[in-house]
Design a protein around this ligand. Structure first.
Ligand code: ZN
Length: 341
């Protein structure tokens, strides 16, 4: 009960990529040397999560420069050489995005080798994250499909095949990251969840999950959050559709955030919730007591069997020592609550 986990990404060592940077450039040019460094960093990330006391671990996304583009690099039909600067997350910020130039295809599994490597180096439950269809569509320029819904469905089919390969390679949990759901709440009950269900269709994972957050602790997100008012109500708009979806687990943020914890009443005992009890937008390490307080607040609205203490979001842009200190507090805080139940 109260098994701990993380949203997904972790900082990379400086010998692998530029620290504390999103879309961080790789430190090594040679593909062979880079692969060796990625594998070393993956083994360290797994061991450090185990030392911190997490129950469900990830590869820390050490093989990906960015959680969306890292996957897209393995998909054909996308031009990475002529990136286009576009507004993403409802124009919250601009990014240099690759362009879809023809029909999409996946010539071979993108992340299966990375999953197999991680699987061989931990006995704990292993989560692997993939970008969700709406978030992919929102992080790409399009010269081929013409509308976002058709693009999302094409990606859903590709993600479904990829996820099946990752489960075969040893992933226990497949999580689709959909931060875009919070930027386009009105589209979630329509094609948003339809594409998500299509991506998860028939998967034989122990669990499927979807992660929706208010983003990394970068300046553009912090500025956006200032415009959202005293109470952040986005989850209220999207949770009914997610509860009705085919996904087993919903990952939400609560730590240091203005999300009212009673939104969990909308979930009740119908789905698992990965309760974000670690703020990734702050460098201050939570105490185990602070983590325990978030979990106890969640327990007022849903049963303990359905709660998985987690981080608010990915930790890729954080300092390494802070990220792992936060994970240790997460595990300690969950243990405190577990022992008091
Ligand atoms: Zn997130």
């Amino acid at each position: 009960m109260l098994k701990t986990t993380l949203a997904g990404s972790l900082p990379k060592p400086a010998w692998l990529a530029e620290p504390e940077t999103l879309w961080a450039p790789w430190a090594l040019e040679s593909p062979e040397r880079r692969l060796e460094a990625i594998q070393d960093a993956t083994r360290l990330a797994l061991e450090d999560q185990e030392l911190a006391g997490l129950d469900i671990v990830s590869d820390g996304e050490q093989s990906r420069q960015h959680f969306v583009h890292g996957f897209l690099e393995g998909i054909e039909g996308i031009d990475f050489n002529n990136k286009r600067r576009i507004g993403i997350r409802d124009d919250r910020y601009e990014a240099d995005c690759p362009v879809i130039v023809s029909a999409l295809s996946r010539p071979k599994p993108v992340h299966a080798d990375q999953v197999a490597y991680a699987r061989a180096h931990t006995d704990r439950e292993l989560k692997f994250t993939l970008p969700g269809p709406m978030t992919i569509v929102d992080t790409l320029a399009d010269d081929h499909y013409g509308d976002r819904e058709s693009m999302a469905m094409a990606f859903a089919d590709i993600l479904n095949a990829e996820a099946a390969d990752l489960i075969a390679a040893g992933a226990d949990v497949i999580q689709f990251d959909e931060p875009a759901f919070n930027a386009y709440t009105h589209l979630v009950p329509g094609w948003g969840v339809e594409a998500l269900n299509r991506a998860a269709k028939g998967l034989k994972a122990k669990k499927t999950a979807v992660h929706i957050c208010y983003g990394y602790g970068i300046q553009q997100n912090n500025d956006w959050k200032k415009t959202l008012g005293k109470v952040w109500a986005q989850y209220r708009e999207i949770l009914p559709a997610l509860v009705a979806s085919d996904i087993d687990q919903i990952s939400l943020e609560f730590a240091g955030s203005r999300v009212p914890v009673d939104v969990l009443e909308l979930v009740g005992d119908k789905k698992d919730v990965l309760v974000g009890a670690i703020d990734v937008a702050s460098a201050e390490v939570e105490t185990p007591e602070q983590v325990a307080a978030v979990i106890r607040a969640a327990l007022k609205h849903m049963p303990a069997e359905r709660i998985y203490p987690c981080t608010n979001c990915g930790m890729a842009p954080m300092k390494r020592e802070i990220a792992y200190a936060k994970l240790a507090s997460l595990a300690k805080g969950a243990k405190m609550v577990r022992e008091s139940l």
